[in-house]
Write a protein that binds this ligand. Structure first.
Ligand code: ATP
Ligand code: MG
Length: 238
């Protein structure tokens, strides 16, 4: 792959015990690029993200970050290498304030970058700015997701990974999250995004990768994917 690649995954296999879930997944994300990882329920999207992030050890295959071998690296190492994960369920600290949740994540990026400060994150999310002194447990689901994204940005990442970016959120909040993701893309933050909203993903993504039973069955632009009725119907159910 090109020197511009942040993440390169090749031939990734992963298992839960004796259950073999990923069967040779290939995908890459270049600098500034937004890639959506799609597929029906249980096809291996979360498992792929967890394996990239070092939460699950791959059985075979490689993960390279900025061209360097990172297969099986632990999450703190993956994070230092410039990846930030917003997991399903968000994982914010309920007994810390919004501000504390953000400040405790603060760290320069891999190249020493400090573009994402507390002020910049609060400017991106005015709702969080208003609720800075509220505890994590007092936030709505949408505010929690904003906080989870804000906390990931505080690590000044090169690549933001989001699992179920808008799941369980009200339509208005969903729209706000998508608008934020578009703004982050414009600011040059690369992303790998999983979500059920195929049209919203198509609007923000440069490329789509579709999984079925732990294999990549399609990779291409959103426009080419939309034109492929077979893949849309068979693997995305639309
Ligand atoms: N902790 C686990 N232990 C055993 N099997 C698991 C575990 N987590 C997921 N699986 C199985 O692995 C397969 C892939 O699951 P995964 O969660 O990666 O799918 P997904 O594409 O993220 O699905 P969804 O759209 O429902 O989030 C499924 O068959 C699932 O049942
Ligand atoms: Mg999942």
């Amino acid at each position: 792959m090109s020197a511009e690649a942040i993440l390169e995954v090749a031939g990734l296999h992963a298992c839960y015990g004796t259950s073999h879930v990923l069967h040779g997944v290939d995908l890459a994300v270049a600098r500034g690029e937004v890639v959506s990882l799609m597929g029906r329920n249980g096809m291996g999207k979360t498992t792929t993200l967890r394996t990239i992030f070092g939460l699950l050890r791959p059985r075979a295959g490689t993960v390279r970050i900025h061209g360097r071998e990172a297969t099986g690296a632990p999450p703190h190492k993956v994070s230092r290498d410039g990846l930030a994960m917003v997991p399903e369920g968000r994982g914010i600290f309920p007994n810390l304030t919004v501000r504390e949740n953000l400040v405790m994540a603060a760290r320069p990026g891999r190249d020493g970058g400090t573009a994402w400060t507390l002020d910049r994150v609060l400017a991106l999310f005015p709702r969080l700015a208003e609720r800075q002194r509220n505890m994590g447990c007092q936030l709505s689901g949408g505010e929690q997701q904003m906080l989870a994204i804000g906390r990931a940005l505080m690590t000044n990442p090169d690549l933001l990974i989001l699992d179920e970016a808008t799941e369980g959120l009200a339509p208005l909040i969903r729209r706000e999250i998508w608008e934020i993701l578009v703004r982050l893309k414009a600011a040059g933050v690369a992303a790998l995004i999983v979500d059920k909203d195929i049209s919203a993903l198509a609007a923000v993504a440069d490329r789509c990768v579709v999984l079925a039973k732990g294999c990549v069955v399609y990779a291409g632009t959103p426009a080419a994917l939309a034109a492929d009725r077979e893949v849309m119907l068979r693997h995305l159910g639309v």
